[in-house]
Design a protein. Structure first.
Length: 133
């Protein structure tokens, strides 16, 4: 359960509705997900977060599937159930298969394990891994 009530479109201020309208137009959907409805309690945070996500997830050097899978990997690592569900759906919409999800989660699990080991042992970084100047 959310720590605050969700602000539905019908109950939103004009400022919030403008962001909601942009979300729906950009994503080509007719609904607003719960994340945005909760952020709507602080319109400046809603707008800033939406503008940042819209910019970061826009077409660029990385394709939509890669971006969604990276977002999914970080969400799983951070144990954010909401973001994991949201970006699993986004990655599937962009073409992720069950096999790809399985491999992605294997990489996430392995990275978390080896990151913990390297961090715990405070392993010194090899010169070969350092940028050449």
């Amino acid at each position: 359960m959310s720590s605050v009530a969700m602000i539905e479109y019908a109950d939103a201020s004009p400022e919030v509705r403008a962001v909601y309208d942009d979300i729906m137009a950009t994503r080509k959907v007719d609904w607003i997900n719960n994340f945005w409805k909760v952020l709507a309690h602080h319109p400046a945070t809603l707008r800033r977060t939406w503008e940042s996500i819209k910019q970061v997830m826009a077409p660029g050097a990385l394709d939509a599937l890669t971006k969604e899978m990276i977002y999914l990997a970080i969400s799983a690592s951070n144990q954010c159930g909401y973001c994991t569900a949201s970006h699993t759906a986004g990655a599937r919409k962009a073409g992720m298969t069950d096999a790809m999800l399985g491999e992605l989660m294997a990489v996430v699990g392995m990275a978390n394990e080896t990151n913990g080991l390297a961090s715990g042992y405070q392993v010194e970084i090899d010169d070969a891994f350092k940028p050449k100047r």
